[in-house]
Design a protein around this ligand. Sequence first.
Ligand SMILES: Cc1cc2nc3c(=O)[nH]c(=O)nc-3n(C[C@H](O)[C@H](O)[C@H](O)COP(=O)(O)O)c2cc1C
Length: 205
Amino acid sequence: MYVVAFNGSARPEGNTSCFIETTFGPLRDDGIECEQVSLAGKVVRGCTACLGCREEGDGRCSFDDDIINDCIDKMEEADAVIIGSPVYFSDITAETKALIDRAGYAIRGGENFMSRKVGAGIAVARRAGAVHALESINQFFFINDMILPGSTYWNVGIARNVGDCRKDTEGIKTMTRLGENIAWLLKKPLDTESSRLTGAFSVIL
Ligand SMILES: Cc1cc2nc3c(=O)[nH]c(=O)nc-3n(C[C@H](O)[C@H](O)[C@H](O)COP(=O)(O)O)c2cc1C
């Protein structure tokens, strides 16, 4: 099994990375392969609404000069997809939004491979806006027929400077439990392969 986490922070080794790694802890303990992918400096643009992905219908973005198509490939391969973002002006970062818009629009123009994968968002703030940012991430998972585990609090971390994440003991507990719940879901003997929706999406965004 394989879990991929996209980190939308401008600081690849910052607090968002720290909370993602905390979530990975229980997953790795269960022998699940985990990979964190930083978007910092690797996203050239947001969605240009060129609709090229819809003309091709292959579930890939027409712009292949940055990391987004690699991210889509990793989403297809993964059993669970995590998207982590710092809070910038009460919402997700531009890089995170570009990932959601471009991957989301391209994927929905192709085969429905996200169906019943596990999805989880993580938002990190100094003080405010984290629940709103988490919502922005969760909508990407919900519209793609995915399954979202909870934790003992909303998946938010409170931290400002790099390393502050470790002082947020409640946030660390929340992410640890999130990792346990993702592992629990992934190990459920559900017949998810055969119950997944297949073929093209029936609803166009
Ligand atoms: C441009 C910018 C906007 C920010 N906006 C907010 C905000 O609205 N609310 C908040 O609590 N923190 C805000 N912060 C603080 C970051 O969310 C916080 O430092 C976080 O730990 C950064 O995560 P990172 O270490 O993964 O980069 C902002 C930081 C930057 C650089």
